[in-house]
Design a protein around this ligand. Sequence first.
Ligand SMILES: Nc1nc2c(ncn2[C@@H]2O[C@H](COP(=O)(O)OP(=O)(O)O)[C@@H](O)[C@H]2O)c(=O)[nH]1
Ligand SMILES: [Mg+2]
Length: 319
Amino acid sequence: MENNLTEKIIRGDVRAAAKLMRGIEDNLPEATDELQKLYPYTGKAFIIGITGSPGVGKSTLVDALITSFRQRQMTVGVVAIDPSSPFTGGALLGDRVRMGKHNTDAGVFIRSLASRGWAGGLARAAISVMYVMDAMGKDVIIVEAVGSGQGEVDIRRLADTTIVVLAPGMGDEIQMMKAGILEAADVYVINKADKDGAGILKTQLEIMLGTKTDYQNEWKPLIVPAQALHGKGIDELTAALLQHKDYLYAGAEIMRRRRERAKLELAAAVEHSLRNHVKMILESEELNTLADNLAQRKTNPYLAAEQAVHKAMGKFREC
Ligand SMILES: Nc1nc2c(ncn2[C@@H]2O[C@H](COP(=O)(O)OP(=O)(O)O)[C@@H](O)[C@H]2O)c(=O)[nH]1
Ligand SMILES: [Mg+2]
């Protein structure tokens, strides 16, 4: 792709980082080579996942959190995953407008991902972009994703600390509870606390969490009321996040979570590798011969597929 791309990225070069991210997006084999070189420089960032239904105020909160972390002299990377919007669509524009004030801050790197355009799958894309930001030396990486529980990237497995955002009047608590999302947070934000119903929502959440277990030795989820739009509750939220980070690092929990993430990383890499094999087979010269044999009923699709896979794997081991 370019000489010394990895070295540039670990020195924090934004242009080099953006270039690799485009390479990942285009599924260039060289991008995977670069990621291999980068990997030893990752694993240092504190990764925060933020999820909740569309419109609860996640992006507004992320914007406020960036400011808050920057005030603490911490650098920030943001990965915004929005499965509903195309790559250059409205949500991205919205993110840009909202996060525009961080554009000139070298301590902040923001990247939006939509589900389309990522040949290797969204999870791999998100993980790879996180690697790049991590290697750049970002202290905190915030991953924003919609959490309706319908097959999108499972943010809880990606993050060290997970925030679930709720807001009054959304009426989706039952839905989220069914999807198991409501129980999974380390920190809850009741956003739009300026609106009616925020108090009731908080009480409902407390009751739900109260019936769960006694949290002996375990982390008891924190509930933080906030008004992201007005910058209220943000310092409390940042403090809660750092408190959870301390809890993770005080015991074995950080390793347990990172092991979970490692499984996800491995699954994404395996999936990517297999996809490339399928592509290799379907684009190979031999496909025509195989198709001829099949059309003449000299073989069957199952046997032909197995032979093709075998061959592709053999080629793979050579390289
Ligand atoms: N009243 C009120 N509106 C808010 C607050 N935070 C965000 N919003 C608004 O809620 C809408 C959705 O916010 P956005 O951050 O895009 O939500 P996302 O879809 O979860 O990322 C926007 O119009 C925000 O201005 C808040 O604290 N109070
Ligand atoms: Mg958003």
